[in-house]
Structure formats: structure tokens, C-alpha cells
Design a protein around this ligand. Structure first.
Ligand code: MN
Length: 213
């Protein structure tokens, strides 16, 4: 593959690595299995960060309402800066005053496979990203089955987005993404251990307490 420009520039610019425990990270060659992680992040507004490994980095979306297993529930997903692969195992406390200050939990982690086909052929994840339609089969500790991320372009965010916060965050771009569960045998199943870390079994409170000791 041709050398691509380092897409982690924005990630690094926003952080002081002497003051935050988050990894600096580097762009890495992809392993045979692709990684996904969903981090629960109690920053100024509680949200979930959905991150999918594409081209050696974690492509990222902030999802204020979190993940639903019900196909009818489409949740707003706002693209954020690429994160390094090593971020997938980051759980802890970003100090107050730093970028994204607050508790981070690895809410779910696992591998995914691309299931997006066009004319019966798999479309590369890179193409899916550019076209704005990602379909992946998740094999996480909590989430299983098909999930889609769909770029919704050209809508007037002020009238179509479901809540005030969503309108505010997406109003500058007028495009946003939606995250939804696809219809399969895993749809509408309750999520087990929804309040606990998929990595350490800890609650948000425990992570915050143990990180500040
Ligand atoms: Mn976040």
C-alpha cells in the first residue's frame, strides 16, 4: 500500500501526553483480524465512542445515546478524529481540564468483519468509509451481529435530527452518520453487563476511583 499521510495528527495535537494517561500511539500495519472498540466516555457530556480499525487506525464516531440492539432505533453518530490502535485498550481517567477530561471505560471490545457487498462482492472498508455506508459483523464481548453506520448527507440538521444536542453538534456540517443494528438473530437481545467494563468488569465509578488513587 502506498504511504498514506499520518491521520493521527489531529489526535496528537489535541492532547498533552505528559498530562494524560492516554497512549500517544502510532499507525500500525493491520493484523489479520480487525479490531473494534466502544468506549463509554463521561466527558462534559456522557457519550459512547465507536471505533473501527480501518487502514491501521481506529476510525471514530461519538454516539451520545449509546448502542441499541433494536434495528428500528437509529442513533446519531458524529465523526471524530482517528485514534491509534493502542487506544482500544485504554481505560482510565483523563484529567479534568485536558481534552476529553473524564472517565473512559472499554464498554465493548472485539473483532469485526466487513459484510458490505456490492454486486455480490465485498466492498473494501476504505471504500465503505468514503461512500458513507459501513456494514460490519461484530464479535464483541457484548455486541454480536450486524451493525451499520450510514452517512446521512444533505439533510437539514435543524429539522431532522431528533434532539437539541444532536442539532447543535451536527449543525455546522449538515451531514452526520447514523448507527443502527441490522436485522439478524442477534437483534433486540438485551445487553448483558451493560454497566460494566468488557475489559476489567469495573463500573464507571470504580474506574474513576481506582484511577485517581
Ligand atoms: Mn469521547
Amino acid at each position: 500500500m502506498a504511504t498514506q499521510k499520518d491521520s493521527l495528527v489531529a489526535y496528537r495535537k489535541r492532547r498533552h501526553f505528559k498530562r494524560t494517561p492516554e497512549p500517544r500511539g502510532t499507525k500500525q500495519a493491520s493484523a489479520s483480524q480487525s479490531l473494534f472498540v466502544i468506549q463509554k466516555h463521561d466527558a462534559s457530556h456522557l457519550h459512547y465512542d465507536v471505533r473501527i480499525e480501518i487502514n491501521g487506525v481506529l476510525k471514530s464516531w461519538a454516539v451520545p445515546k449509546g448502542i441499541s440492539t433494536k434495528p428500528a432505533e437509529k442513533h446519531l453518530a458524529i465523526p471524530t478524529e482517528d485514534h491509534p490502535l493502542s487506544y482500544a485498550h485504554f481505560e482510565g481517567l483523563i484529567p479534568a481540564g485536558e481534552y476529553g477530561g473524564g472517565t473512559v471505560m472499554v464498554w465493548d471490545i472485539g473483532t469485526y468483519r466487513n459484510i458490505k457487498k456490492v454486486d455480490n462482492k465485498l466492498l473494501s472498508m476504505d471504500r465503505c468509509l468514503k461512500r458513507g455506508r459501513i456494514e460490519v459483523w461484530l464479535d464483541g464481548k457484548k455486541l454480536k451481529g450486524g451493525y451499520a453506520l450510514i452517512k446521512t448527507a444533505g439533510m437539514k440538521a435543524s429539522t431532522k435530527t431528533p434532539d437539541r444536542r444532536a442539532r447543535r453538534v451536527s449543525s455546522d456540517k449538515k451531514t452526520y452518520w447514523l448507527l443502527l443494528k441490522m436485522k439478524d438473530a442477534h437483534a433486540a437481545k438485551p445487553i448483558r453487563n451493560a454497566t460494566k467494563s468488557a475489559l476489567t468488569g469495573r463500573t464507571m465509578k470504580q474506574i474513576a476511583q481506582e484511577s485517581s488513587e
